[in-house]
Design a protein around this ligand. Sequence first.
Ligand SMILES: NC(=O)c1ccc[n+]([C@@H]2O[C@H](COP(=O)([O-])OP(=O)(O)OC[C@H]3O[C@@H](n4cnc5c(N)ncnc54)[C@H](O)[C@@H]3O)[C@@H](O)[C@H]2O)c1
Length: 238
Amino acid sequence: MKTVIITGAGSGIGLAVATKLAALRYNVVVNDYDAEAADRAAKEIGGVAVQGDVSNEADVARMVERCTEVFGAPTHLVNNAGHVHQSRFVDLEPADFDRMIAVHLRGTYLCTRAVLPDMLKRKSGCVVNMASQLGQIGGIELVHYSAAKAGIIAMTKALAREVSTGGVRVNAVAPGPINTPLVRALSDDWRSAKAAELPLGHFGEPEDVAETVAFLCSDAARIYVGQTLSPNSGDVML
Ligand SMILES: NC(=O)c1ccc[n+]([C@@H]2O[C@H](COP(=O)([O-])OP(=O)(O)OC[C@H]3O[C@@H](n4cnc5c(N)ncnc54)[C@H](O)[C@@H]3O)[C@@H](O)[C@H]2O)c1
């Protein structure tokens, strides 16, 4: 039986991933910082909710303990939790920089660290990290976000090199603009200008990203190691 922990699964892409993997009969642990969102999502998909901040070591330990109690040790982890914050570099406050790195980079590190030893013991496991195309090309007024996402891509590659012979596959997804609350919080001007420049002409939906994650989690992706897949409406072509 497959058991997945999905962080930030109360909304947007994480919720779509949770819905997709539950439909594929995974046991799903829905983590979110927002307790109500986690509960709602877990009820909707038939999973287990665990409120917690991925940047907090004790919260992460509790999340993995709860998963192990209910379903057994996780076979899969999707590091998806994240937030966006826009600021010109010259106005960027250290507290906002630190929070960005804490949630995205430290959060990915802490959650992976909490599940990896058991996966290595079983010589089987799969980790999918949610990066962003801005980690590949950078985004204006998003230096801290871009740096955190680039860090996730590098962490994915380095860890994949270290653990893939131990049976654990680690990959990343770098979406382009996806129609979620996170993107709807950005300015209208930014969103209409962005849609106009996309080769496909429109943003992706959370379900599009969930398809990519489900593929990376599946045995069909057995030779994908350290890769960054890009559901991005053609915005970035590498
Ligand atoms: N929407 C996009 O266009 C887009 C593009 C590229 C990458 N991403 C990435 O995809 C991921 C999901 O984004 P989304 O668009 O679905 O956003 P969203 O705001 O809809 O969902 C993010 C969820 O993460 C939760 N969260 C935030 N900080 C957390 C923390 N510290 N601990 C636990 N949960 C936390 C939020 O409460 C929220 O429910 C993020 O990592 C984001 O950076 C999004």
